[in-house]
Structure formats: structure tokens, C-alpha cells
Write a protein that binds this ligand. Structure first.
Ligand code: AMP
Length: 354
């Protein structure tokens, strides 16, 4: 078999999705001399405005996707809810990295958990809730009821303690297909971000320890302060996941560390991840550069930590404090160029070094 083709600097990377992850990928690509075309349905896109070109098109607009596919050398996506059909169309033109497999599993919480278990990655107990009968049989209590699709940042989730509680939440979610997960008594949440290249070589970034509020990531600490055994387990899970997905690109695996020291996977995202933003300022290679390297067939960069760091998300109005961060010599400020600071909207982040 011929060796996979390396896409040298000067090539064009197509990015499906127009948000901040696409923006930071486009900036990292530009730094290495690549061109980018961002494709998204939005009128304006914070990724599109820093890319070489922005194509506004719907995810089912075959003609626009073909136009896009013809002009790029490789395609990636910056969010996991891009429709599978969109990826199929792009694949007729150029390689999509990572391809359909990771989004097939990441888009549906039961498929995702089944896949993790099959790959030998531990998870909390869970069961499918599709009918009233399923509710009657439920045992994973107390638990969290989550819609199988389209939930993120804590949306489409409810804590439940009884069967009546499940029923009320399930009805509130429009009786959609749900997963009931046993509530994990965790000491902390962590994430592994793994890059895997076209040659199958993989590297895991140092594990970050994450703090969430209202289901939204607030802070990531690296180093995490966890024991070498826990870090080894978490890293092994991340690498196992990338291997099982035949991944070319980046995948993040969010996990819980239980009070009795077990590591349980929560969910995966086959793209750059908010908990990896610290790498832009405190790691030898950023997660965005690593993604570019992986999908273009370049050698993966070093994941050495250059300095201890704490990444804080700037949500809603918090981004208005930009002057404060600019005045702080330990702070590295990143703003995403979004015009309206709605509550819960990720407007930027700041990494404190040292
Ligand atoms: P998710 O959308 O699945 O990432 O969940 C958002 C947040 O809810 C997680 O980061 C946890 O803080 C919390 N959470 C989700 N699932 C569980 C669980 N099974 N047990 C305890 N906390 C959870």
C-alpha cells in the first residue's frame, strides 16, 4: 500500500463549523502556512472571519458542499453534531479526518457509552429510557437522565432520584430517547486529549483537571495534582479510545475520578476541546496545531508542559473584564470576537501561567 500523502504547508484545510474551535484551528493552521476554508450555515462566523475564505452554506446543500470539497485538500470538523450525510458528501471529494465513525458514536449517548464499554473503557452504569416500561425497570438511581442527542453544556439533563422523577423529566424532554446514568460520586473531573496521525502514532496531552458550573466548563488545571496511577489510567483510556475509533485527528475524553480512585469515562468529543485550551499558552504544541499536524500527515508535536497553568472560561459578561486580564502579567487573554455576550455563551478564555 502506498504511504498516505503528506499535505505540506500551503495546502488548504476545510473546516466544517464556524465557532471558536474552528477559529483557533484556522489560526494555528495559518501559523504553519496552511490556508483554510470554513464552511458553516451562519450569517457570520468567528472562524470564517480569520480563515482564508468563508463559505456560508447549509449542511445539506450538496452543491455548496461540492464546491467546498473541490477547493480543499482535507476536511475536518469543529463540532460533533455535523450531520453524517454532510461528511459523506465531503468524503466523495477529499479525506475527512476524523471521518464518520467518531461522530456516529459521539452524536448519540447510548451508542457512545456502548462503544466505550466495548473498547474496554469503564463508565458509570447506564440504561436506555425509551418507554414507560423502561422507567419501571430502571435501577440506576439516583441518576442523571440525559437526552441521547443534542444535549451539551448540561442542556437536556435532569437529576432524578425516583421512578416518578424519571417520568417527569422524560415527559419534560418530550418522551425522547434518553439515557439514565447512575450518579457518580466523583472527587474531580478530568480530560484526556489525544492526537493520532495517519501513521497510527498517538500522543496524549497531559491530563487536565476540570471544574464545571451549571454543566459548563469553568476551569482547567494542569498539572492536575492527581496520583500517577490515576493519570496513567486516564491516559490509557484516551489512547485506547483513539485507537478504537481508527482516529486521524483529535479526540477528547471527559472522565470522572471517583472518591474511591476509579476512573470512569463520561463522554467523548472528536475535535479540539475546551479543556485543552491551556495548551495554547503552556504546552510545547497547542491542541489546534496538533490537529493540523495529525490531519496533514505531519509528525505530531511535543506535549511537554512548559509551565503550570489554569485556564478560566470567560462566559457572557465576564469577557467585559478584558482590561483586567491585559494588565495581569500572568494572564494570556483569548477573545473569540463574538458580538453579543449572552448568558452561558463562551466569549473567550484566559490562561494564567505559573
Ligand atoms: P455532560 O453533558 O455529560 O458532559 O455532563 C455535564 C456535567 O454534568 C458533567 O461535567 C458533570 O459535572 C455532570 N455529570 C454528568 N453526568 C454525570 C454523572 N453520571 N454523575 C455525576 N455527574 C454527572
Amino acid at each position: 500500500m502506498a504511504a498516505p500523502k503528506i499535505l505540506p504547508p500551503g495546502s488548504t484545510i476545510g473546516i466544517l463549523g464556524g465557532g471558536q474551535l474552528g477559529r483557533m484551528t484556522a489560526l494555528a493552521a495559518a501559523r504553519l502556512g496552511y490556508k483554510t476554508i470554513v464552511y458553516a450555515p451562519d450569517d457570520d462566523s468567528v472562524a470564517g472571519e480569520v480563515a482564508t475564505l468563508y463559505v456560508q452554506g447549509d449542511y445539506d446543500d450538496r452543491l455548496a458542499l461540492e464546491w467546498f470539497g473541490e477547493r480543499v485538500d482535507v476536511v475536518t470538523y469543529e463540532f460533533e453534531n455535523v450531520p453524517e450525510a454532510t461528511v459523506t458528501i465531503c468524503e466523495q471529494w477529499k479525506p475527512v479526518r476524523p471521518g464518520i465513525k467518531p461522530i456516529h458514536f459521539a452524536q448519540h449517548r447510548i451508542r457512545e457509552k456502548d462503544f466505550l464499554r466495548k473498547a474496554g473503557i469503564g463508565t458509570a452504569d447506564y440504561q436506555a429510557i425509551r418507554t414507560e416500561d423502561d422507567i419501571e425497570k430502571a435501577t440506576a438511581l439516583p441518576g442523571i437522565l440525559k437526552t441521547c442527542t443534542e444535549g451539551y453544556d448540561g442542556k437536556g439533563q435532569a437529576r432524578v432520584a425516583t421512578k416518578d422523577g424519571i417520568k417527569a423529566a422524560w415527559e419534560k424532554f418530550g418522551k425522547r430517547e434518553c439515557i439514565l446514568e447512575a450518579l457518580v460520586d466523583f472527587q474531580c473531573e478530568i480530560s484526556a486529549i489525544v492526537a493520532r496521525g495517519i501513521d497510527g502514532q498517538a500522543k496524549c496531552f497531559p491530563i487536565g483537571r476540570n471544574e464545571h458550573r451549571d454543566g459548563i466548563l469553568r476551569t482547567t488545571h494542569v498539572p492536575s495534582g492527581l496520583s500517577p496511577e490515576i493519570l496513567k489510567k486516564a491516559e490509557a483510556y484516551g489512547l485506547k479510545l483513539a485507537e478504537s475509533l481508527d482516529l486521524v485527528g483529535l479526540v477528547a475524553l471527559e472522565m470522572f475520578v471517583t472518591r474511591d480512585g476509579r476512573v470512569l469515562a463520561n463522554e467523548m468529543a472528536p475535535r479540539p476541546h475546551n479543556s485543552g485550551h491551556w495548551t495554547m499558552d503552556a504546552c510545547a504544541t497547542s491542541q489546534f496545531e496538533q490537529l493540523v499536524r495529525a490531519i496533514c500527515g505531519l509528525p505530531l508535536g511535543s506535549v511537554e508542559v512548559m509551565a503550570p497553568s489554569r485556564m478560566e472560561n470567560l462566559i457572557g459578561d465576564e469577557a467585559n473584564d478584558w482590561q483586567k486580564y491585559l494588565a495581569d502579567p500572568s494572564a494570556r487573554l483569548h477573545l473569540y470576537g463574538k458580538s453579543t455576550p449572552r448568558p452561558g455563551r463562551k466569549m473567550g478564555h484566559v490562561t494564567f501561567i505559573g
